[in-house]
Design a binder for this molecule. Structure first.
Ligand SMILES: [Fe+2]
Length: 382
């Protein structure tokens, strides 16, 4: 902490509460009468978010084009397609309504609205964008925190690359967190996205860039998710548990946007792009192994989380994973041992890995992946 200068920022407006999706028109009408809503192919309708947003906007006389083709983690082609709709409809704002995938696709389309180059150019050249359209975020899962971060994670399947496009222009103008929208989220998505949020809380808390401000957010996020995620998983319509997870996910997102993450997220992208597994699931299985590796340098901070959890950390995280059927879900993926060196190589350049409290060399990444593969194989034999 010492003499380092600390910075903190977040989105200018956050509205939280059951039914608050209806307020979208109040924010959208500040920017103009036409907008684009980006949502997931299934989640947009299942969560009711699309209907609620369209109703609110149309009642105020605003018109919207809907892009509801996002399924899975967004690709450069998805973002280009939304950008085309934004251009053709001369939209004044973009709404991202969904989980992390729809949110990141919407954010990138809004953030690149004034640009002419294709999305892949920004991804590969790591070029930041300016001149964005206002972006409004309505999350339908409690997980990624994408509604409060200034980056969009986009995949280029041809190049087998999954990276962030960044820029201050990507930060939402307003975020509406309506826990009612998460009530229909299926159990496995609740578990995977909730674990993403929990891991983000842990990683932000022990990050090299953590400050007392991010610690306060990350430790409370950890508490809320630790105490409520299993309930939200097993009793999806419990709105109290859903609200607690929505708060936890929001706080973890604000913490990570400022403190950054750690080794789990440093490895998760390149592993995820090979396995095709949900991001949160990968984070969940990696976390306990990374905690073991970090223990020597981060034990003081982990002790604070253990006091909240009432359990020792690597074992407690694994016990929670079992309650959420994480290992069962992960058993359908085979870890590519022959790719571990390449995954490690790619992970070393990630900014998340650089924020990890313990320095990770290539062999450390490989060792964590080996332990994960050993565990997966031993579980298969049971
Ligand atoms: Fe994450």
């Amino acid at each position: 902490m010492g003499g380092r200068v600390a910075y903190f920022s977040t989105v200018p407006e956050i509205v939280f509460g059951c039914g608050c999706t209806d307020e979208i028109a109040r924010f959208a009408s500040l920017y103009g009468r036409r907008g684009v809503v980006v949502t997931g192919r299934v989640s947009g309708k299942a969560s009711g978010v699309l209907e609620k947003i369209a109703f609110s906007l149309e009642r105020q006389g605003l018109s919207v084009e809907v892009c509801d083709f996002i399924s899975g983690e967004p690709t450069c082609a998805d973002v280009d397609r939304i950008r085309e709709v934004v251009r053709k409809s001369a939209a004044y704002f973009v709404v991202g309504a969904g989980g992390g995938s729809a949110m990141d696709a919407a954010k990138a389309a809004a953030g690149l609205a004034a640009q002419s180059d294709r999305t892949a150019v920004f991804l590969h050249e790591e070029r930041a964008s300016t001149g964005a359209l206002p972006f409004l975020a309505v999350p339908t899962t409690s997980g990624s925190g994408a509604e409060v971060t200034a980056n969009a994670v986009i995949t280029d399947p041809d190049a087998r690359v999954k990276k962030s496009i960044r820029g201050e222009a990507f930060l939402a103008a307003a975020v509406l967190v309506d826990p009612e929208l998460t009530a229909s989220c299926p159990p496995h998505t609740t578990a995977h996205s909730g674990c993403d949020a929990l891991v983000q809380a842990v990683e932000a808390f022990v990050s090299r860039n953590a400050t007392p401000l991010t610690d306060a957010l990350a430790s409370e996020a950890f508490r809320l998710l630790w105490c409520n995620l299993h309930r939200a998983y097993s009793h999806g319509s419990d709105i109290k548990a859903r609200s607690a997870c929505a708060w936890g996910s929001l706080l973890a997102g604000i913490a990570l946007a400022n403190a950054r993450l750690g080794a789990v997220h440093g490895m998760a992208h390149s592993l995820g792009v090979r396995l095709g597994a949900p991001h949160g699931l990968i984070c969940a299985v990696l976390m306990s192994e990374v905690v073991r590796k970090n223990m020597a340098v981060a034990s003081r901070k982990y002790t604070r989380l253990e006091a909240i959890a009432g359990a020792s950390l690597p074992e407690g995280l694994e016990a929670l994973n079992r309650k959420l059927d994480i290992y069962r879900d992960f058993a359908q993926y085979t870890l590519p041992r022959h790719d571990f060196a390449a995954i490690a190589e790619e992970s070393l350049s990630s900014s998340s890995l650089k924020a990890n409290p313990e320095k990770f060399e290539k062999e450390d990444v490989i060792a964590v992946l080996d332990r994960l593969a050993d565990r997966s194989e031993s579980l298969e034999h049971h």
